[in-house]
Design a protein around this ligand. Structure first.
Ligand code: AMP
Ligand code: GLY
Length: 415
């Protein structure tokens, strides 16, 4: 099988690696790819021009396309490809709206009776300012509708923070809502769906803040591990029954079947409340989930496209994985690019280094983004995986590199 993976991050690098590693694929191209991917297999296609993607697939006899990020899904790349007879993994633009519109996601949750914080809708600055002026109880959570590259949510501890978010992010005609603040520990449970059946992954836990101890601004994710003990077998089973399946059923009944990865971001507790849905693999969650799959990932992608997923098809080894993101100086604010990365070849063979913001120039690799590398270890226990990754990571260096030193701390603090 010949695959094309769309995207350029760590998530796409792990998909590329996994397809080759387990024998799903004979050849994998990545558009546009990054410095970790064989340059002969990085392809420069303008992803906005769907016909160019189709033409590439025909020329290179691509059997199957996997779409990594949200933007091409929202842009309907899966729709165009399947309409042209090219099999593809990832939801239609209409189904991907469950990520792109938080209001749409709330509507689906209401219809499918999925546990989530109660909320109240607002339109524009005037209405929300009036609400904040009269609000007595903090924290409150304000969420903007629409894709906002991680800047669409604030958990405001007081009136000042709420107002700051409004003046920075809310426009006259913005659609938004305020929802109840929920306490607990977060975890994500992804499911792979063919529009009817949905099979749950083991749980994973991301670390969104830039600094140790969950301090500092939000990022795309600074590290992750799986499985997360806060969401063990019982939680996964409940998420399957109470969240994944009802959502898939409601979407199917509405004529927008969801095929692909439904990512449920959850606040684990007495109820496992949904904080958000994504329509794709998480990044860096994919870097810890994909190495733990037992079997051929390509079979799952194909079964999702063909509507042939069956119970028991998604299996995991009993190992543990952890990934630590190395980021550029300044990330998640402005950062510099073009720093030489050294030591990539000196890490132990059992460390998987997935590239994200990197670029190759000759035989050298340079930084080319905020999140640069996801340094990953798989071991018999989470502790061993953590110790391994942190004993190796400093062999890789670039000017200004920073990473969190406490990935997985919640699992270890449970005692
Ligand atoms: P979202 O993009 O909706 O997942 O929100 C981003 C982050 O804000 C989440 O990962 C949580 O840490 C936090 N958050 C979102 N909604 C809530 C809520 N209702 N209560 C507490 N924290 C929340
Ligand atoms: N790591 C969170 C996400 O991919 O949305």
């Amino acid at each position: 099988m010949r695959y094309l993976v769309i995207g350029s991050g760590g998530r796409e690098h792990v998909i590329y690696w996994r397809l080759l590693f387990d024998g799903s694929a004979s050849e994998v191209f990545v558009a546009p790819g990054n410095g970790g991917i064989d340059p002969a297999h990085c392809v420069n296609i303008n992803l906005n021009r769907h016909n160019d993607i189709i033409e590439f697939c025909k020329n290179k006899k691509i059997d199957f396309v996997v779409i990594g990020p949200e933007a091409p899904l929202a842009d309907g790349v899966a729709d165009t490809l399947s309409a042209s007879g090219i099999p593809v993994f990832g939801p239609s633009a209409k189904a991907a709206k469950i990520e792109g519109s938080k209001i749409f996601a709330k509507e689906i949750m209401e219809k499918s009776k999925v546990p989530t914080a109660s909320h109240r809708d607002f339109t524009g600055k005037k209405e929300i300012i009036e609400f904040i002026a009269n609000c007595k109880k903090y924290p409150i959570v304000i969420k903007l509708d629409g894709l906002a590259a991680g800047k669409g949510v604030v958990v405001a501890e007081n009136e000042e923070q709420a107002m700051e978010f409004v003046s920075e992010s809310v426009k006259e005609n913005s659609l938004l809502f305020v929802e109840d603040f929920l306490e607990g520990e977060e975890a994500s449970v992804l499911g792979i769906s063919d529009g009817e059946t949905i099979l749950p992954f083991i749980s994973a836990q991301d670390h969104k803040r830039v600094f140790d101890g969950d301090k500092g601004p939000n990022t795309g994710g600074m590290g992750a591990y799986a499985p997360a003990p806060v969401a063990g077998k019982d939680v996964i089973e409940r998420v399957g029954k109470e969240i994944h399946k009802p959502v898939i059923d409601v979407m199917k009944n509405q004529g927008i079947p969801f095929k692909g990865i439904l990512y449920a971001g959850l606040m684990i507790g007495k109820e496992n409340n949904v904080l958000e849905f994504n329509a794709r693999f998480g990044d860096p969650e994919a870097q810890v989930l994909l190495p733990l799959i037992d079997g051929k990932i390509g079979d799952l992608f194909i079964a999702s496209y063909e509507g042939k997923l069956k119970e028991g098809m998604l299996k995991f080894t009993d190992k543990h994985a952890i990934t630590v993101v190395m980021a550029s100086k300044g990330y998640p604010s402005d950062y510099e690019k073009g720093k030489l990365i050294t030591g990539l070849d000196s890490v132990s063979n059992d460390i998987l280094v997935f590239h994200a913001g990197t670029v190759r120039n000759g035989n050298s690799i340079y930084t080319n983004g905020g999140r640069v590398l996801a340094v990953t270890s798989v071991a018999d226990s989470l502790e061993k995986a953590r110790d391994k990754v942190y004993s190796e990571i400093d062999k890789i260096q670039f000017e200004g590199a920073h990473y969190r030193k406490d990935i997985g701390y919640r699992a270890f603090n449970r005692g």
